[in-house]
Design a protein around this ligand. Structure first.
Ligand code: BES
Ligand code: ZN
Ligand code: ZN
Length: 500
């Protein structure tokens, strides 16, 4: 990842000296052409080429002395909102890269500013530019020359007090940039190939986040053994790679309560003995995206993207799921650290096995006021909701509502699925307390996963987010161009900030 920098500056964009000036217009905005662009602008207007539709652009070149080499007009369309602005900002960043601009200045026209609150506009702009600049670079390419346009400024379109940037806008551009950098950090982890990001390597990445008030440690398999984490260990048995339980503990001085955030860190899911079909199996590198979201949250806490008032404990069970000679077999019975016995009927339903030990341990050890988990848990959630939204369920409607609201505010959206007594009943086994899959005829896949997990959280308010659809494969949309999406990071940062 090559970080993109966007800063808010005072002064008038129309007089800024830069490689590229970008004006974001909404329908009905009459562009104000900077010195040197008057003729080109008038000609474009006469030809009917000024961009009107959402994401339309038009590049203009000056006819004489101008402080800018080029002007790009970009349209946020009709009724601009934060999501549209995030997308236009990302599209402008990509246009600046194509033009090989060394730097650029971006400004919002009056109708855009009027339509979106300063806070939301600042966030969306900061996020859009940085997310739009994201491109996965394999470790071998990390040292290569980055593309241009890694520096940009946002300014008021024209001078004078009326056009000046508000404090709230400026502050939120900074927050947006920081948030997006944490999303990019999570994307980088998600995109890394299975052999390049094993559980031990994921733990090493987590350790790099340690700093003031943030302790990071990794529980070894021998320690898990002592803690009785038979469910987590049963998944790791088929692989030569050692599992890790990564624990991040952010403890600010005056914290009054604790929240736990747990993320599935399955660095490669072949399915185990219940082997997956080979088509697209490489995509199972993304099976640690829940864990990546948790690490992204702590990345953001360290950078100042959020300043939680509570103690935040992150727990990432990390393992591979492979069909080695020692692997757990369908029908095997294992015991989780809270004493619950589980009949493993399908070794490919491994996410819930590593999560149940992590959840039970986190809750027992830290007695949190709230617990949220994120996991690429079920293919079924893709059938139910597709790739554009995260499935959400839990045992406490107040906490579910908090998460849904944080999702709406951050653009990292969730949709609630039911989690009822009937679903919990489906998970009871004849041979153990629970089985790790429900019956074929039951038909519900995602709520079965959630129902299984519910047995390990007791009365602690808890939300389970199934990100199997949203972690990758969403439709490309300017600020997301494929690969790991970094889903959950913006959501968690927003949620943690709101929780006072
Ligand atoms: N990691 C997968 C879920 C998954 C599937 C995520 C496709 C993204 C895309 C998970 O471990 C799994 O294999 N789940 C099984 C559960 C089933 C055996 C009850 C599934 O969804 O098929
Ligand atoms: Zn699986
Ligand atoms: Zn999995």
């Amino acid at each position: 990842m090559v970080a993109m920098q966007l800063t808010a500056k005072s002064g008038a964009a129309v007089s800024a000296k830069t490689d590229l000036l970008v004006l974001v217009l909404a329908e009905g905005d009459e562009p104000e052409f900077p010195r040197g662009f008057e003729k080109a602008g008038a000609a474009a207007a006469r030809a009917g080429d000024l961009p009107r539709e959402f994401l339309a652009t038009c590049a203009l070149y000056p006819d004489g002395n101008a402080p800018q080499k080029r002007l790009l007009l970009a349209s946020a369309g009709k009724d601009p909102d934060a999501e549209k602005l995030r997308r236009v900002a990302a599209a402008c960043q990509q246009a600046a890269e194509k033009l090989a601009a060394r730097d650029y200045v971006i400004a919002l026209a009056p109708k855009v500013t009027a339509a979106i609150e300063d806070q939301a506009a600042g966030l969306a702009l900061g996020e859009g530019v940085v997310l739009g600049a994201y491109e996965y670079r394999p470790p071998s390419a990390e040292k290569a020359e980055p593309k241009k346009a890694r520096r940009a400024a946002v300014m008021a379109m024209s001078g004078g007090s009326k056009g000046a940037l508000s404090r709230s806008f400026t502050k939120n551009v900074r927050r947006g940039v920081l948030r997006a950098q944490s999303v990019c950090f999570a994307r980088d982890l998600g995109n890394r190939a299975g052999n390049l990001l094993t559980p031990t390597k994921l733990a090493a990445e987590a350790r790099k986040l340690a700093g003031p008030h943030l302790r990071v440690r990794a529980v070894s398999e021998a320690q898990m053994e002592r803690l009785g984490m038979g469910a987590l260990l049963s998944v790791s048995r088929g692989s030569r790679e050692q599992a890790r339980l990564i624990v991040l503990d952010y403890h600010p001085p005056r914290a009054k309560q604790t929240v736990c955030v747990v993320g599935k860190g399955l660095t490669f899911d072949a399915g185990g003995i219940s082997l997956k079909p080979s088509a697209a199996m490489d995509e199972m590198r993304y099976d640690m995206c829940g864990g990546a979201a948790v690490l992204g949250l702590f990345h953001g806490i360290q950078s100042g993207a959020a300043s939680p008032q509570c103690r935040v404990v992150g727990v990432v069970p990390a393992s591979e799921n492979l069909p080695g000679g020692q692997a757990t077999k369908p029908g095997d019975i294992v015991r989780a650290c809270n004493g619950t016995t589980i009949e493993v009927l399908n070794t490919d339903a491994e996410g819930r096995l590593i999560l149940c030990d992590a959840l039970a341990w986190a809750i027992q050890t830290h007695k949190p006021k709230a617990c949220v988990d994120l996991a690429t848990l079920t293919g079924a959630v893709i059938i139910a909701l597709g790739h554009e939204v995260t499935g959400c369920m839990g045992n406490d409607q107040e906490l579910i509502d908090e998460i849904l609201a944080a999702g709406e505010a951050s653009g990292d959206r969730c949709w609630q699925l039911p989690l009822w007594e009937v679903h919990k009943e489906q998970m009871k086994s004849k041979f153990a307390d629970l089985k790790n899959i429900n019956a074929k005829g039951d038909g519900n896949g995602s709520t079965a996963g959630g129902a299984f997990l519910s047995y390990f959280v007791g009365d602690t308010p808890w939300v389970h987010l199934d990100i199997a659809g949203s972690a990758w494969n969403a439709k490309a949309k300017d600020y997301y161009r494929g690969g790991a999406s970094g889903v959950g990071v913006r959501l968690l940062l927003e949620w943690i900030e709101r929780r006072r």
